[in-house]
Write a protein of this length. Sequence first.
Length: 312
Amino acid sequence: MIGLRLVVCVLLGCSTIHASGQLTYQNLEVIYDSAWTFKNLSLIPVRFKDLPAEGTSLIAGLQTISLPEALMKNKVKIKEVLYEDGADLNWLQIVNNSKQSLVINSGDLLAGGKQDRLIGETKIIAPGESDYLKVFCIEKGRWDDKIKQFHHSGTADVEVKKVMDVTGRQMEVWKEIEGRFGAGKIPSTTWPYLQLHKNYGMADSSYIRYFTQKFKQSDSAYAGFLAVTGNQIISCELFAASNLTRIAFPGMLGSLVLSVAKSSAPVVPLSAMKKFMDELLRNEFTQKIFVAAHGQMHLYQGKVMHIIVYGS
């Protein structure tokens, strides 16, 4: 029976195979000739081919709320995971007290707790549900006895996110942050990334205004964007439904803007961009290999929900 089912799937194609390949060329197209370019940053839209504005996936039908909005409205509770000998650096417990599905994006920053944290996964938590969230500590030297309330504090820059996503190791995240303090000759005993991040926040706000306006004026169903600066591909970030892209866009944009201030106008050849995107979107098999080496893939109910990959 299993053998027969496999033959039928190969000959006719199965809906499960179609669903699992949702973030490939099967369902996506890269709009190279409609790039959004401002100063040192260019965003190349990646759009759903045949889907309506909200897509047809399970995720597209959800009523969603972002983590920053949920925290602002006191609709979510984030707690340290406590043990007899202390709290866990790399896990937090989160309770969604809203009536909407809570969307949490990888790369977002949480200030508070016993230590500030960097969120390490993209996750959707159903209304009224509790779950555990993978995080990375971003201030090696602080460990408060009194737990502070968590609040959202923006999104990490691309370089820190890349270290987190590609290595997956807490020690490498600490090394990246400590290196920033050393390079800037900034004295510190705790190496708090949010201290640096506050300075990065002074970046040119004209980028934010330009790209936010472009996004608001568009009625396309975007899965995400390929980002380039100078002669470098920065990253490509994709989501399984356009409602998730909308929620993630402000953080995605902020992260990119922090990384292009000292670059130059985009001059990446079209051939280089197509080669990069072919590796990512050609098919499900090559996608998994490429993402494993260059970024992260996040799932929702067994299906790909979010992909982020970085250029070299």
